[in-house]
Design a protein around this ligand. Structure first.
Ligand code: XMP
Length: 512
């Protein structure tokens, strides 16, 4: 029997992922699934509870997304959130209407019943609302258990059918004690036991890899990042020396990165590692290439070539382990929800469809912060656990225009300074990524007594939960001043430093 699951059906709400994450914080496994999923499939997945997410549509729209109505008859508890509540009401015979006054933001809520969903919750709490519709008439046997000034049906239930709905968003941090409301649904109402934690995830992953691979040999491309290293260590735990790792230096790594990684992977983690310095051939192929997509394509293609050539020298491998994460799966495949795709990544190390490898992806259902917890539990060094994400194509996506030796040096040195300042000031861990970008724009500066034309370096520091959206970090003037004067003082050929103040969306985190 698969582990207990709380299924979140995605109707395209901006907080859908957040619901899944909050449920996992209660140590219960949760997945974001397409709203079109069949009741049979949900039972097969061992769904013990179902959450219907919010979404941008109105249930009375002609093409409003609707789940299979039999989901309400499974006997499995259902919690509808915002659009999810309205959908449940509409599909079960109630009526949903547009409100006269939209409720948006922090809204006081009066709780009328504390027996199940609101157990251990105060009588008056602040909730986060964001809706233009509300349930005017409830379906038969439903009752109201909370209300706000403009919404009498802010929370509803039919306990006999295990159906619950909230008009507000318990998953958003602004809802007071929202996590307790989610915990009540997950453990009290759905009866899941909190057993999904780093130890149990590791145990399950190791067992699964062992039973899949048997006596086979596994190959893995490692970069020293937390995803590929955690993947390798999990596979190593499962198959020992039958795991062969390959670390390709494509010449686009950060300052001292290759040496640091080699030490960590070989000496600290004792991985069976083959190191290839292929910098020359990558940089040769990138000469004269300006287009960002073309650069990514070349780096990806060259990586596969090098990887293929080197692995053939090392033996025959049937299995390939990859550090794919949950947002990668969701971003590239989508959940079939109305939410649009943000960006398709060209993952270096992503093996093309023609490959005959069988793929192992033990982190496929995990978010980055969960991977970090597992990495810690596995005893990975702090330099790997806490390191910021670094894209597969490396500095290649942080150098705008052609990758030249000069720009590579500037990007490398300036990034090292940005990281150093942030680490010394103990700000590094608060950030998702901190780096420098260089392009071909030049500006005049004064070096000594001379006017000199030099490069403009752009500093990018962002906060994010999972890289799917990001906010530029409001670092103090003091920090920017230190970064700027160190870069212009220490990196030859730089005359100006700029700070990127665009969030994602509309921009992306990496400039190329
Ligand atoms: P964007 O630039 O799309 O990046 O906002 C989102 C997150 O993904 C990382 N990124 C990549 N990671 N291969 C990777 O392994 C790539 O090609 C790639 N491009 C972007 C980026 O650093 C950020 O954390």
């Amino acid at each position: 029997m698969p582990r207990e699951l709380i299924a979140v059906l995605d109707f395209g709400g901006q907080y859908s992922h957040l619901i899944t994450r909050r449920i996992r914080e209660c140590e219960v496994y949760s997945e974001l699934l397409p709203y079109t999923i069949s009741p049979d499939e949900l039972l097969k997945l061992n769904a013990k509870g179902i959450v219907l997410s919010g979404g941008p549509a109105s249930v009375y729209d002609e093409h409003a997304p609707k789940c299979n109505p039999k989901i309400f008859q499974l006997g499995v508890p259902v919690l509808g959130i915002c659009y999810g509540l309205q959908l449940m009401v509409e599909m079960l015979g109630g009526k949903v209407k547009a409100t006269k006054r939209h409720e948006y933001g922090k809204t006081p809520l009066e709780i009328k019943d504390h027996s199940d969903l609101f157990r251990e919750i105060g009588s008056k709490i602040v909730s986060w609302m964001s809706h233009g519709d509300f349930a005017e008439t409830l379906p038969q046997s439903f009752e109201t258990i909370a209300s706000s000034e403009n919404c009498a049906t802010a929370a509803i239930r039919d306990p006999s059918r295990h159906l619950y709905g909230v008009q507000f968003h318990p998953e958003v941090a602004h809802t007071q004690n929202g996590i307790q409301i989610i915990r009540n649904f997950v453990t009290r109402i759905s009866g899941c036991s909190p057993a999904w934690n780093p130890q149990s995830i590791i145990e399950t992953a190791v067992q699964q890899i062992r039973s899949e691979v048997g006596q086979g040999h596994v190959l893995s491309a490692v970069s020293g990042g937390v995803d590929s290293t955690t993947t390798a260590v999990l596979v190593q735990k499962a198959v020992g020396q039958r795991l062969q790792c390959i670390f390709v230096n494509h010449g686009l790594l950060r300052k001292h990165e290759a040496e640091t990684i080699l030490k960590a992977l070989k000496e600290d983690l004792r991985l069976n590692l083959h190191y290839v310095d292929a910098s020359k051939r990558f940089l040769e192929r990138l000469k004269g290439v300006v287009d960002p997509e073309e650069k990514r394509r070349i780096i990806g293609e060259e990586f596969i070539r090098v990887f293929d050539e080197e692995s053939k020298k090392l033996g025959t491998f049937r299995w390939l382990a990859q550090g794919t994460l949950y947002p990668d799966v969701i971003e590239s495949a989508g959940t079939g929800s109305p939410a649009s795709r943000i960006k398709t990544h060209h993952n270096v190390g992503g093996i093309p469809a023609w490959s005959e490898f069988k793929i192992i992806e033990p982190l496929k259902f995990l978010y980055k912060d969960e991977v970090r917890k597992i990495a810690k539990e596995l005893g990975l060094p702090e330099s790997i656990v806490g390191t910021h994400p670094f894209p597969g194509p490396g500095l290649g996506v942080r150098i705008i225009g052609e990758v030249t030796d000069g720009k590579l040096r500037i990007c490398r040195e300036a990034s090292a300074i940005v990281e150093d300042v942030m680490k010394r000031r103990r700000l590094y861990d608060e950030m998702w990524q901190t780096f420098a970008i260089v392009g071909d724009d030049m500006a005049v500066g004064v070096v000594g007594d001379q006017r000199e034309l030099g490069h403009i370096v752009t500093v990018r520091i962002v906060k994010s939960l999972d890289g799917m959206t990001a906010d530029w970090a409001r670092v103090t003037e003091d920090v920017l001043e230190e970064i700027s004067s160190r870069i212009t003082g220490e990196v030859e050929g730089v005359t100006w430093v700029a700070y990127a103040v665009t969030s994602k969306p509309p921009s992306t985190i990496e400039p190329c």
